[in-house]
Design a protein. Structure first.
Length: 152
């Protein structure tokens, strides 16, 4: 029988840290979204990124990854397809199943969006002191570890 450890109550310091981190990450994410490609909705960019990263995927798989209802994902992917950012292909093993793949134009859109966001962050980081950049460099692996279970 495996041993379980009782759940501990976070300290005031941990709760304050979690609250500040949540607030800061949310603001940073909002700024990055505003900096991205204005030609697509946030839902479309997110789905396109997931398809590009994990694809080709079925609509159900994309919906699961994005945590949205399948009918919503069908509408999102249809709009991406209309714009030539994704294409559907019949699954070789099961011809009843369609998989969605990022097109060359979809990859270019993602690259433009990512480049804009990276440039925004690089400009902000450039304004930090050498010490602050060093602290950020040290903190990044910890933040990546916090987020590790999300992108698996």
């Amino acid at each position: 029988m495996p041993m379980t450890t009782p759940m501990t109550t976070p300290t005031i310091l941990e709760t304050d840290l979690a609250s500040r981190l949540r607030f800061t990450v949310m603001r940073l994410a909002r700024r990055l979204r505003q900096t991205g490609d204005g030609d697509a909705t946030l839902s479309q960019l997110s789905a396109l990124s997931s398809i590009d990263h994990r694809g080709p995927l079925t609509l159900g798989e994309v919906a699961a990854v994005e945590r949205v209802a399948p009918p919503s994902m069908t509408r999102i992917v249809s709009r991406l397809e209309e714009r030539g950012l994704v294409s559907r292909e019949v699954d070789a093993a099961d011809r009843r199943v369609a998989r969605v793949r990022t097109t060359a134009e979809g990859k270019r859109m993602l690259e433009r969006s990512r480049n804009k966001k990276t440039a925004y962050l690089a400009a902000r980081i450039d304004k930090l002191s050498d010490n602050e950049r060093g602290l950020l460099q040290q903190a990044l692996p910890v933040i990546e570890r916090l987020m590790g279970d999300i992108d698996k």
